[in-house]
Design a protein around this ligand. Structure first.
Ligand code: F6R
Length: 603
């Protein structure tokens, strides 16, 4: 997935395009580029690596032109090279693209057979080649786009400019989001409203299959059948201020530290502090008492939040839950029964697999509920109920504060479900809500232990493999701990259900393998400790995360004692800090780890 932007402006646009791309860099940072229409035709600047490389290039070699498009790339087809960097120019056409053209091989073969010469390895170039062919055969840009869109299969958002057509920009959406920004005598296209926030807050979102012909003063929108359609204009709340790191070395450090505050904001939305009771800001369009099943779909860290929620819903509300990764749910064709609720969990609200799972579940007649951090996202718009997390913008590519905010929102839903199904008494609800209310303070205590955690992280940094073990509610935390460590430090790490270890993975244990054991003093504590002893007996280097002070013989990180119900929230902080400090020690790019992107809008 990539970020795209287009501007028909009054002044030279290259700098504004870079500013918008800065806000889209979370979508990919393999390379970036800008193209504008100038008196000599189409001119472009492209640079491999972070956006700052493109900004430096533009400072050395400025780009004139009041109409332009730009792109920040997360490579799918073709290596990370300047040649493969967008925008792609063929003849009189320049294109930027987010997504994947799935039938590009067939199209490429056809074009090559017709004499086309390809200069890149990208799937995007077929779009530029097809458009250029149409135009060389006399088609207008509008007709060329209409003809080419019919030929494309896959998921894409496109922005296109045409040589000599300074008052024309065409955008198209099939899958990944694309927004039109309305200025005064200026118009914009962008992958999201945040990219366009410095210029306008008047936003029209294209729907799937739409394409738009944009000039300085208007936008005409057509649907997949080429019928003119009206799409509503909304006023975006996205802030034009770029979030900064404050006094922190990395966004990730800041976001870890912000957790007590932002989970407090999320709690404030869903909890009545005085009554110690869950309180939804809006009535839900379903009654948990009438549901037979919940399906939870999400990716990565969000999927682990979903897995924690499975334990909560099943235990508290006695409601069967299937929690699965979205890329499996969407293709498994699972039969979903009537009276089911599908919950999708996503920071961005744009993750392609999660969105597809949402649409699948909707088509299967499920009620749908999206737990999202970006209120204007596609998932928020397409689901029946939106439960927002109030984490604020998360810039670090690895999710931290959005994970704990997702947990808070899901915990509140599970409590509500328990109340509606009669499986949770008012007294028990007060106790669970009280435990949630205490978590910001308890997290703050763990954050104070950062120096000690950093020392342990430094020891982990020299390892080749690291294991994380947890049981019950903290099994998903073991998975999350391993994910955080591998994505940030590039150390191989695996998470296991502690009881599963003896069925194979224990073979990996020797004195070189640190094993992080997540063991709050809950009803499974003794069992987890037995699994830990099995590891210790084989020489494994134990790091114990616990609220019990009785295990001084091991490297221990002590977490405040709390109701076991909230333990995933509290243990999230030390696993995040371990990964963060290991990465800092190893000198990796903490906020933008290699090969990743913040929002994954391709399959
Ligand atoms: C890992 C991480 C990813 C995301 C995943 C889903 O630290 O951030 O695993 O959780 O890509 O993204 P969203 O939540 O935007 O759907």
């Amino acid at each position: 997935m990539c970020g795209i932007v287009g501007i028909l402006g009054k002044e030279p646009v290259a700098d504004s395009i870079v500013e918008a791309l800065r806000r889209l860099e979370y979508r990919g940072y393999d390379s970036a580029g800008v193209a504008t229409l100038t008196s000599s035709g189409i001119e472009r600047r492209r640079a491999v690596g972070k956006l700052r490389n493109l900004a430096e290039l533009l400072a050395r070699a400025p780009l004139p032109g009041t109409s332009g498009i730009g792109h920040t790339r997360w490579a799918t087809h073709g290596g990370v090279t300047e040649t493969n960097a967008h925008p792609h120019v063929v003849g009189d056409v320049v294109v930027v693209h987010n997504g994947i053209i799935e039938n590009f091989r067939t199209l490429k073969d056809e074009l090559i057979a017709g004499g086309a010469v390809f200069t890149t390895e990208t799937d995007t170039e077929v779009v530029a080649q097809l458009l250029a062919r149409e135009i060389s055969q006399g088609a207008s840009p509008r007709d060329a786009v209409k003809a080419v869109l019919k030929r494309l299969q896959g998921a894409f958002a496109l922005a296109m400019l045409f040589k000599g057509e300074g008052d024309l920009m065409i955008g198209a959406r099939n899958g990944p989001p694309l927004a039109i920004g309305h200025g005064d005598g200026e118009m914009f296209l962008g992958s999201d409203a945040i990219a366009l926030a410095p210029f306008t807050n008047r936003i029209t979102y294209l729907e799937d299959g739409d394409w738009a012909v944009v000039s300085h003063n208007k936008a005409e929108i057509f649907d997949a059948e080429n019928r003119p359609v009206k799409r509503p204009m909304s006023f975006s709340q996205a802030s034009s201020l770029l979030v900064d790191k404050g006094n922190y070395r990395h966004f990730m450090a800041k976001e870890i530290a912000e957790q007590p505050e932002v989970i407090g904001h999320t709690l404030a939305e869903y909890v009545d502090f005085a009554e110690r009771r869950v309180r939804m800001p809006q009535a839900l369009p379903f009654d948990f008492a009438k549901l037979d099943r919940i399906t939870i779909a999400a990716c990565g860290t969000a999927a682990y939040a979903g897995l924690v929620a499975k334990y909560w819903f099943e235990r508290i509300a006695r409601l069967p839950v299937e929690a699965d990764i979205a890329s499996e749910v969407r293709y498994r064709e699972a039969p979903l029964l009537k009276n089911g609720l599908a919950i999708v969990v996503s920071q961005s609200g744009e993750t392609a697999d999660t969105l597809a799972a949402l649409r699948y579940c909707k088509a299967q007649g499920q009620h749908t509920l999206a737990v999202v951090n970006v209120p204007e996202s596609t998932m928020a718009r397409e689901s029946e109920t939106v439960i927002r997390t109030f984490a604020g913008p998360e810039i670090g590519v690895a999710s931290t504060k959005t994970f704990t905010c997702q947990l808070v929102a899901l915990a509140c839903l599970a409590i509500l479900a328990g109340r509606q199904r009669g499986t949770l008494s008012a007294e028990a609800e007060r106790e669970l809500v009280g435990a949630l209310i205490a978590t910001p303070r308890q997290m703050t205590e763990t954050l104070k232990d950062e120096k000690h955690i950093a020392e342990i992280a430094r020891e982990l940094a020299g390892s080749r493999d690291v294991m994380f073990l947890g049981r019950g509610l903290n099994y998903p935390l073991a998975l999350e701990g391993a994910l955080k460590l591998k994505e940030l430090s590039y150390i191989h790490a695996e998470g296991y259900a502690a009881g599963e270890l003896k069925h194979g993975p224990i073979a990996l244990i020797d004195e070189t393998v640190p094993v992080i054991v997540i063991a709050p003093h809950d009803e499974l504590y003794e069992k987890t400790i037995s699994n830990m002893e099995e590891v210790a007996a084989r020489g494994g280097r134990i790091v114990l995360l616990t609220d019990d002070h009785g295990h001084k013989s091991f490297r221990t990180i002590t977490v405040p004692k709390a109701n076991a119900f909230v333990s995933p929230l509290l243990y999230a902080v030390p696993v995040q800090l371990l990964a963060y400090h290991a990465a800092v020690f190893l000198g990796t790019d903490v906020d933008q780890p290699r090969n990743l992107a913040k929002s994954v809008t391709v399959e």
